[in-house]
Design a protein around this ligand. Structure first.
Ligand SMILES: NC(=O)c1ccc[n+]([C@@H]2O[C@H](COP(=O)([O-])OP(=O)(O)OC[C@H]3O[C@@H](n4cnc5c(N)ncnc54)[C@H](OP(=O)(O)O)[C@@H]3O)[C@@H](O)[C@H]2O)c1
Length: 308
């Protein structure tokens, strides 16, 4: 049996994990097979081909939800340009998509930097033309008590999560207007609705994105541009492992700990999402049949906010 997780005093998703017996409970639940699991196969990637030939830009695709979305869009026939700062991960994903017969290009970019965003958009255009779909997903978080949050951390989170999306959309919207329309999806969070302690900068940034998305949706509906926010609940990516101080824990230990946490925090489904599940939600919101969806914040959170 894997070692019991040492979680009791850690900040978990920004809130103190309830109960000092969490480690023992996690180990027990794991042994008893009591933790809830997601469906093994929901849909085979590439089974549907909803995005054939479409130009899709994704920010923050070197990891987590963005990475899974790049793979899923490419599997459905899209031509994907994507960014992130870590080059080895970006070139690795580009090769992985090429190996499956998909089309994708990695362009290194830092969404906090206007010049870098301009370069990302310009090089995406050279490769695949104006974006039919933009998934502005790059984001960071940091867990600190409000009064200990340093200004530089506050600024870094706002610059990445809010200003980065603003910069990308300012470049993408004129291209979509000229091209007759498009779809923009921004990754906000369930934290836009229900705050968690210890995440002041993150919670504020994700709520700000809803205002940004709603304003843009109203301004550009007449240009045939749909603009929405995806608000994920807890999703198993490197971000939440880091945030929980568990990035180096063995996978089985992490799964046990997060499973116990989810049973009391993800009120309906009682489990966290996989990155692939969240990517499928992103693709569905961008799909051509979603013609009436704009200006919405769509919560894909396993029932987490339903119980607030
Ligand atoms: N996981 C969750 O439970 C959860 C819940 C709600 C919302 N979200 C949101 O989902 C989005 C994706 O997060 P994730 O969970 O997939 O986390 P992740 O695995 O850490 O991925 C974050 C991605 O953003 C990129 N990124 C960060 N800063 C960047 C910058 N300055 N310029 C360009 N790219 C940057 C990272 O790439 P580099 O580090 O290579 O730059 C990485 O590809 C975020 O907006 C996050 O807030 C996640």
């Amino acid at each position: 049996m894997p070692e019991a997780p040492k979680l009791s005093r850690r900040l978990f998703f920004g809130g103190a994990l309830a109960g000092a017996g969490a480690a023992g409970a996690a180990a027990g639940a794991l042994a008893a097979g009591a933790l809830r699991r997601g469906p093994d196969i929901v849909k085979v990637p590439g089974e549907q081909r909803r995005f054939v030939g479409q130009s899709v830009m994704i920010t923050g695709a070197t990891s987590g939800i963005g990475r899974a979305a790049a793979l899923a869009f490419a599997a459905e026939g899209a031509r994907v340009s994507f960014c992130g700062r870590r080059e080895h991960l970006g070139t690795g994903l580009q090769a992985e998509i090429a190996a499956t017969g998909g089309e994708a290009v990695y362009i290194r970019a830092d969404v906090r930097d206007p010049e870098s965003v301009t370069n990302f958009i310009a090089r995406s255009l050279e490769h695949f033309g104006p974006p039919d779909i933009a998934f502005n997903n790059a984001g960071i978080s940091a867990s600190q008590p409000f009064h200990e949050t340093r200004l530089e951390d506050w600024n870094d989170i706002q610059d990445t999560n809010v200003r980065g999306v603003f910069l990308c959309m300012q470049a993408q919207i004129p291209l979509m207007r000229e091209n007759g329309g498009g779809t923009i999806l921004v990754t906000s969070s369930a934290n836009a609705e229900g705050a968690r302690p210890g995440l002041v900068a993150y919670n504020a940034s994700k709520r700000a994105l809803v205002g940004l998305v709603q304003t843009a949706a109203l301004e550009y509906a007449a240009d045939n541009i749909r603009i929405n926010a995806l608000c994920p609940g807890a999703t198993d990516t490197p971000m939440i492992r880091r945030q929980s101080g568990m990035e180096n824990a063995p996978d089985a230990v992490w799964q046990a700990g997060v499973g116990v946490w989810a049973q009391s925090n993800v009120h309906a489904l009682g489990r966290v999402a996989s990155a692939e599940e969240m990517a499928r939600a992103a693709l569905s919101l961008c799909a051509p049949e979603m013609t009436y969806l704009t200006g919405s914040a769509v919560f894909v959170d396993g029932g987490m906010t339903a119980a607030l």
